[in-house]
Write a protein that binds this ligand. Sequence first.
Ligand code: ADP
Ligand code: MG
Length: 230
Amino acid sequence: MIRLEQLCKTYHLGGESVHALDHFDLQIQAGDYLSVMGPSGSGKSTLLNMLGLLDTPDSGCYWLEKQEMTALSEEQRAAIRNQRIGFVFQAYHLIERLTARENIELPLVITGTAPAQRRPLVDELMQRLGLARHAEHLPHQLSGGQRQRVAIARAVIRKPALLLADEPTGNLDSHSGAEVIELLEELNDEGITLLMVTHDPNMGERARRQLWLQDGKLISEKRGEQNAQR
Ligand code: ADP
Ligand code: MG
């Protein structure tokens, strides 16, 4: 489903060059579950941003579903990002003046889905994610765990093929964090390809493939026991 070949991204800051991704190779099968670990600054977020088409590499190739991404225009990339990729961030990135329902609905509004079609999709997803009671709440009226569930719902409302999560439990207590991971794993069980950055080795070990990054390179990969914790 995904192939990265010799992907490079270098940042220049005050005369210094940082190789955030250094000739990075990776292949991912559809439906797989990967965790990405490594010290702060090792390139984990850069990798996710490249996969999520939020950033462009300096060189190298990125095939997503047999299509080469680096050759596309920004407009084409945006279309693929909207249709095929969901993103979940540590800090939720919800729109504060919109209710939970409106936040989840937003990707459908943007792509012009009619209100009558949006409503049942949003209702069903909120029900599934235990958010039905919070539909009319604003983000500040929700707990961290609830906010992250709203963010996950927003990320998957258009049924993307790929779900990218950058430290999705980083702001959560261990109980809410575990609930969020279980929810992501449920979505993976249903077929979505899941890539999750985490600082927490206990969470990272749950993935089928565990990648370790350092200085923009893949330094090791471990394969977990499939569904060991589930
Ligand atoms: P991680 O997520 O593993 O902590 P990042 O991918 O965020 O690491 O960053 C990798 C390296 O690239 C770090 O040294 C970071 O400082 C640098 N970097 C990331 N984004 C930028 C940017 N926009 N401008 C300059 N340097 C950056
Ligand atoms: Mg990061």
